[in-house]
Design a protein around this ligand. Structure first.
Ligand SMILES: *Cc1c(COP(=O)(O)O)cnc(C)c1O
Length: 414
């Protein structure tokens, strides 16, 4: 099976016997629902085991598995009581899900600039805080933790909630703590492109039991966390069904057990490649806020867009501004505010005095930084992130050297 050239995150490269065994374990009994009797031998509690192991890995008090990262963000916002009349500050460089989750919570996304770490710029967060601001959603983009010390101190000063979007950064640490455990809640994704994968799926974490309790209800029609049938009459919240099933849980469980191996491999490979090219004149790198990041990509930053473009075309790639759908400029459904219905549309926001507008080039600092940046894949091979060129989780040292040589040659020809 040739998986070397497939576009995906690192976890997908390790789908194998362990995942098969966990799946067969579930299929052998046919019990595919996440709930079951503790003494029932047919019930293999894969989702609960996944939650327990992820929680242990992250050092979080509570973990809840869900059908995806987008609904993890939505569930977190709902658990925190964020909704109509509230603003949430989010970077304009992210996957559209961060922004659409805020909109589906019926709150208003306020787009902020990124800095040279390619994560939200704390200075711009401060500029965008108003009386309406209820929360900040830092996104740990491309595996790199945000500047959480500054973000948390801003949040404390202004009494704001913090929902960490960790969809691209599962397992990354910031000053000794795993991302997702620093703010009020953290959301993770298990889709095809992420650090570990179950095809789709997600999880949220929090250290606050009340938030966990509310989040559980949001994801399971208001039921209480244990759900053994005795809670009829005690459902305190209107929820939906965002539950993970046992087949997804089985794969997620096998994958979470590979997370440490994936992270150490990516960090080693990234260091090897970076060391091979860092002497090249004219090459700079994006700021990394903690070396215990996920190391899924290596981003090269140039002083100017023309050089970035020339370099990118020589390696068959593009600058990150043009790379696709992670830049607000390319989110036509957001720019055009295409909600499926106008009922309760959050943009028609009378408290703002006028409707909120999203315009191309409204974040000039973000546009500038991204147009001077080119990403090389270390573990996430994804044209949509601008990282179609590079190495993957299975690359050996010869392949890493070949990529370094291509980069050196491209720089010499500029
Ligand atoms: C992938 C991603 C999400 C959404 O996760 P899904 O599991 O696809 O719903 C949210 N935010 C960011 C930054 C992402 O990259």
């Amino acid at each position: 099976m040739d998986i070397i050239n497939k576009m995906s995150g690192p976890g997908r490269y390790l789908i194998g016997e362990e995942e098969k065994q966990e799946i067969l374990d579930v299929l052998d009994t046919g019990h595919l629902f996440r709930f079951g009797g503790e003494s029932d031998p047919q019930y293999k509690h894969k989702v609960v085991s996944f939650e327990d192991e992820l929680k242990a890995h992250l050092g979080s008090e509570h973990c809840l598995a869900l059908t995806g990262g987008s609904v993890g963000l939505l569930t977190s916002l709902a658990a925190l009581g964020i909704g109509p009349g509230d603003d949430v500050i989010v970077p304009g460089y992210t996957f559209v899900a961060s922004i659409s989750a805020i909109i589906w919570a019926r709150a208003v996304p306020i787009l902020a600039e990124i800095d040279e770490s390619l994560t939200i710029d704390p200075d711009d967060i401060e500029k965008k805080i108003t009386d309406r601001t209820k929360a900040i959603m830092p996104v740990h983009m491309l595996g790199n933790p945000c500047d959480m010390d500054r973000i948390m101190s801003i949040a404390r000063k202004h009494n704001l909630h913090v929902v960490e979007d960790c969809a691209q950064a599962l397992g990354a640490s910031y000053r000794g703590r795993k991302v997702g455990t620093i703010g009020d809640m953290g959301a993770y994704s298990l889709n095809h492109m992420k650090v570990i994968s179950a095809g789709d799926g997600g999880a949220i974490t929090t250290n606050d039991y009340d938030l966990y309790h509310r989040a559980f209800g949001v994801h399971d029609q208001g039921h209480l966390p244990s759900r053994y049938g005795e809670e009829i009459g005690k459902r305190g919240i209107i929820g939906l069904n965002l539950r993970m099933n046992e087949l997804t849980g089985a794969v997620a469980l096998a994958q979470v057990r590979k997370l440490d191996y994936i992270l150490s491999t990516l960090r080693r490979n990234k260091k090897l490649l970076k060391d091979m090219i860092s002497d090249i004149l004219g090459i700079g790198f994006r700021r990394i806020n903690d070396e215990e990041e996920c190391a899924t990509l290596l981003t090269i930053m140039f002083d100017d867009k023309k050089i970035a473009d020339k370099f990118a075309s020589k390696i068959g790639s593009g600058n990150m501004y043009d790379s696709g759908w992670h830049v607000y400029n390319h989110m036509e459904q957001i720019l055009n505010k295409k909600m499926p219905t106008n009922v309760g549309c959050p943009f028609e926001c009378k408290e703002h005095g006028k409707d909120v507008e999203y315009a191309p080039h409204m974040l000039p600092q973000t546009d500038d930084i991204l147009s001077r940046s080119v990403s090389i894949s270390i573990g996430v091979v994804d044209k949509g992130l601008g990282s179609a060129f590079g190495i993957n989780l299975l690359s050996d040292e010869a392949e890493i050297e070949a990529v370094a040589a291509t980069i050196r040659k491209a720089m010499q020809e500029l």
